[in-house]
Design a protein around this ligand. Structure first.
Ligand code: NCD
Length: 300
């Protein structure tokens, strides 16, 4: 399977076999040091990030490559009025591969069209976050041994959460049942639901209705920065809080995931239980992003 030169913009651009190929490559990648020596990654982050930017940075360096970029758009010429495509055309000439995070839906696709080198979407507005999905799938497979025959529930901001959009789309390739739990105003968008053909899903408001049958519960932060009006955010703020009382009602082997940052969705008392997967999940960003960089740069 050849990934060389490919953009990673939308998880729906990848077949099931291609997704599994990335996860398999992540299992082997740590034994391949220096394969990206001489390669340069540019990380262009027009929105805040801790995990995505630093794990791409670490992944590139662990494979012997180098990294340039900015983490604050105010440091870039965008403040002078430069448009995104021009910025990308220039950086494309400096580097071998670009990771971009941007507040506008569709911006990563615009960047990919402007660049000759591969572009990876590190999150475009409320649309998608495909590399988070690859590490989420890797985490589920590592924990459960499979991506099939699982009941996977998503809870929180399903309207604006880009991680849940990409993950739900990827899971339609596997034999999973999905549950979408959110306040009425933050339901999974129709554009996503319409693509979930040949897969079974249910929508709920109360997580307790389904707690005894869930294998994986994927919690998300209410995406405050995407709300037009602060008052609408205040109405749904703190809607869900997972705690040990919830765990006592849930299926025994349930695993809790979260792309992080959490802002109160998961109480700290869960952190030390075997149910908590979220820190392992964040750490899995390294092998998965190493594999993706090496694949797209044609080195594995
Ligand atoms: C997520 C994001 O940026 O979409 N964070 C991440 O990349 N791990 C989730 C979030 O910000 O809530």
């Amino acid at each position: 399977m050849n990934f060389e030169g490919r953009d990673v913009i939308d998880i729906d651009d990848f077949t099931k076999e291609e997704i599994v190929h990335v996860l398999d490559a992540a299992d082997l990648i740590t034994s391949k040091p220096n394969i990206l020596q001489g390669k340069l990654l540019a990380t262009l982050f027009f929105e805040p990030s801790t995990r995505t930017r630093l794990s791409f940075d670490a992944a590139m360096k662990r494979l012997g490559g180098s990294v340039i970029g900015f983490s604050d758009w105010k440091d870039s010429s965008v403040v002078k009025g430069e448009d995104l495509a021009d910025t990308i055309r220039v950086i494309d000439g400096y580097s071998d591969i670009i990771v971009i995070r941007h507040p506008d839906n569709g911006s990563a696709r615009i960047a990919a069209e402007a660049a000759h080198h591969p572009v990876i979407n590190g999150g475009d507005g409320s649309n998608q976050h495909p590399t988070q999905t690859l590490l989420d799938l890797y985490t589920i497979r590592k924990s459960k041994g499979t991506l099939d025959n699982l009941n996977i529930a998503f809870i929180g901001d399903l309207k604006y959460g880009r991680t849940v959009h990409s993950l739900a789309l990827a899971l339609k390739n596997f034999n999973t049942k999905m549950y979408f739990i959110s306040p009425e105003s933050l339901k999974m968008p129709h554009e996503i639901l319409d693509k979930l053909t040949n897969v079974s899903f249910e929508e709920h408001v109360d997580v307790n209705e389904i707690a005894p049958s869930i294998d994986i519960l994927y919690a998300t932060r209410i995406q405050k920065e995407r709300f037009m009006f602060e008052a609408d955010f205040q109405k749904v703020k703190g809607s869900y809080r997972l705690d040990s009382e919830f765990l006592s009602k849930a299926k025994k082997g349930i695993r809790i995931m979260h792309p992080l940052p959490r802002v109160g969705e998961i109480k700290h008392e869960i952190d030390k239980t075997e149910n908590a997967l979220y820190f392992q999940q964040a750490h899995n960003g390294i092998p998965v992003r190493m594999a993706l960089l090496a694949l797209v740069l044609g080195k594995i």
